[in-house]
Unconditional design. Structure first.
Length: 326
């Protein structure tokens, strides 16, 4: 009984409230409460918050867009300055596709040293190397500062008394390479070559002139015991096929498109490159695909190695102290 009385009382309050609402808003239509803004009921005018936020977002978007335009304009200005500086470079430019060849003489001031500029096409590891039977010294400058480790300008890390620098270079930056004779050397015929390491994702693409493949080799039959790649020259001529590693002994075979080996008997492990590495000079015909296979010497340890093909007017195997190389 108590529950029924409470329910009836609640219904009376509800009906009375509804009637009061009709008295307060006699002209309100059913469903018209959505048009009522309690913030303006007292007569004060308040801006729509949604519109304010839209305006703030619009202004912020314009500010970000303007900042991006300024940033891109600055990048374009810097790139244009670099292009102009490269076009007006006082030193001849060296490329990975063709080595530089020259002679140096200590008794001729003009030929005491040679200087070149190099602009990498992509960021990554590069090797800058000299060839010849003289004793060379090398410096590499970036923004006026040498990037050669102290004591390594004449480090003789190349073949015999030649130089080899392994450096991480940045795309588009200018690097100045200077080669000169060691103080006790009077003259020398020199080849200067630069090659770049391709990104790992291109490991199984065919070799390109001046670009090297880096790979892992093992003497374990259950691991990768050899690496095979191909090279198809665009022009007919003499090419240098070379391996390189930190401290390993590599072996190399080069196969003609007809299937036979182009490496002379006993020269697969001829060690004519740096330390125990390989260097072969071969005549390739344009448009034909040659197969290059590299593996570890049987008694060596596991390790990384590189293989690359480069081109030079002179042969690195015949370049000597004489004035003329071929």
């Amino acid at each position: 009984m108590k529950t029924k009385l409470m329910t009836a009382a609640a219904l009376m309050i509800l009906f009375n409230t509804a009637g009061q609402a009709e008295d307060i808003l006699p002209n309100a239509e059913a469903g018209g409460w959505g048009n009522f803004n309690p913030l303006t009921a007292g007569g004060d005018v308040v801006l729509d918050i949604t519109e304010e936020r839209k305006e703030e977002e619009r202004r912020a978007h314009e500010a970000r867009a303007e900042a991006e335009r300024v940033r891109l304009a600055e990048i374009a200005r810097i790139e244009e300055e670099k292009r102009e500086a490269r076009a007006n470079d006082i030193y001849p430019e060296i490329y990975v596709t063709r080595a530089k060849v020259f002679c140096l003489y200590r008794d001729e001031p003009v030929d005491l040293h040679r200087t070149f500029s190099y602009y990498p096409e992509f960021t990554g590891w590069h090797v800058i190397q000299t060839y010849g039977r003289g004793d060379t010294v090398m410096e590499i400058y970036h923004n006026g500062e040498s990037i050669v480790n102290e004591g390594k300008s004449d480090g003789d890390d190349g073949q015999d008394n030649n130089e080899l620098q392994h450096k991480y270079l940045v795309e588009g930056e200018r690097y100045v390479i200077q080669v000169y004779l060691q103080s006790k050397t009077n003259r020398g015929s020199i080849i200067l070559n630069v090659w770049a390491q391709e990104p790992l994702e291109k490991l199984y693409d065919p070799l390109k002139l001046g670009l090297a493949k880096k790979f892992w080799l093992s003497t374990d039959d259950y691991d990768q015991t050899h690496f095979t790649t191909t090279f198809t020259p665009e022009t007919t001529g003499r090419y240098n096929i070379e391996t390189y590693s930190a401290d390993e002994d590599t072996v190399m075979e080069i196969y003609h498109p007809d299937g036979y080996s182009m490496v002379a008997s006993g020269e697969s492990d001829g060690d004519r490159g740096v330390d125990n590495e390989e260097l072969q000079v071969k005549y390739f015909e344009a448009g034909k695909t040659y197969t290059i296979q590299v593996y570890m010497e049987d008694f060596d340890n596991d390790g990384h190695a590189w293989v690359h093909v480069w081109s030079s007017y002179w042969s690195p195997l015949n370049c000597s102290l004489s004035k003329k190389c071929y």
